[in-house]
Design a binder for this molecule. Structure first.
Ligand code: ADP
Ligand code: ASP
Ligand code: MG
Length: 245
């Protein structure tokens, strides 16, 4: 069993939440699963870095912006690997470069072209829980790129497809996909299942709960993703091919 789990920023915002994510991974690993985590920057780290950059240079280069923002995910990945280590399980953090996430050269909104290298597979085969920094890759020049805001979802789906994972779970701060933003509309209704097309329509309508490219990529590979609460772990919303739903 191969499982990819992605955690968004709010779901990793402090040490307790990091530990929760780590605990869930360690339990699965102890049951014999191969576990790959994809993590976002903690809390509002990315917004803070954007503000810091603007203070220094409102017209800073996109290349340096990517180098800066990618650091947020790298911190999360290392901290999550440490939290797993504290629970007695072997873990290794990888940057997008180390994970072989090769993108085009569009800084700030790069597209994943392919996954290169065998590092992730080697680490999984060595029995480790792999924690990959989301939202980042590298271009032909060897520079860091980022995938656009919310792009860690796309990292998770790309890796799940590459590894032919059995499960791809997107842990977030709501317990699934609703017909409208449940934080703004308390009467919003939750979906148990949703086709790719229905999900893409919601995103087009402004729902920023999943990165659009993650859904397009999942559709391309016929991969079903589950969006669920990092706080409860209760079953969430499945997004997949309409015939399988
Ligand atoms: P993460 O940091 O986990 O990636 P995001 O902030 O990207 O989380 O996405 C989760 C947020 O998406 C929720 O907090 C919610 O307010 C918002 N959201 C907007 N539209 C929807 C929707 N239709 N269903 C669920 N959540 C939605
Ligand atoms: N940290 C990035 C962002 O805030 C990527 C992500 O969270 O998916 O947009
Ligand atoms: Mg997100």
């Amino acid at each position: 069993m191969r499982i990819v789990q992605k955690y968004g920023g709010t779901s990793l915002a402090d040490a307790g939440r990091l530990r929760n994510a780590a605990r869930r991974a360690v339990l699965l690993h102890a049951q014999g699963a191969e576990v790959l985590l994809v993590v976002s920057a903690q809390g509002d780290t990315t917004d803070r870095l954007v503000r810091q950059a603007a203070e220094v240079n409102p017209r800073g280069s996109l290349r340096e912006m990517d180098a800066l923002l990618a650091a947020g995910e790298q911190m999360s990945a290392a901290l999550t690997a440490m939290a797993i280590g504290a629970l007695g399980a072997p873990a290794v953090s990888l940057t997008g470069y180390q994970a072989g996430i090769h993108t085009d050269g569009v800084h700030g909104n790069a597209k994943i072209l392919d996954l290169t290298g065998e590092r992730i597979r080697q680490e999984l085969e060595a029995g480790k829980i792999v924690v990959t920094a989301g939202f980042q890759g590298y271009n032909d020049a060897g520079d860091v790129t980022t995938l656009g805001r919310g792009g860690s979802d796309t990292t998770a789906v790309a890796l799940a497809a590459f590894l032919k994972a059995d499960v791809c779970q997107i842990f977030t701060d709501v317990d699934g996909i609703y017909d409208r933003d449940p934080r703004r509309y308390p009467e919003a209704r939750r979906f148990g299942r949703l086709s790719y097309e229905a999900m893409l329509a919601l995103i087009e309508g402004g729902a920023q709960v999943l990165h659009d490219r993650s859904v397009l990529l999942a559709r391309e590979h016929g991969l079903t993703i589950e969006v669920l609460s990092a706080f409860t772990g209760a079953p969430g919303t499945l997004v997949g091919p309409s015939e399988a739903l």
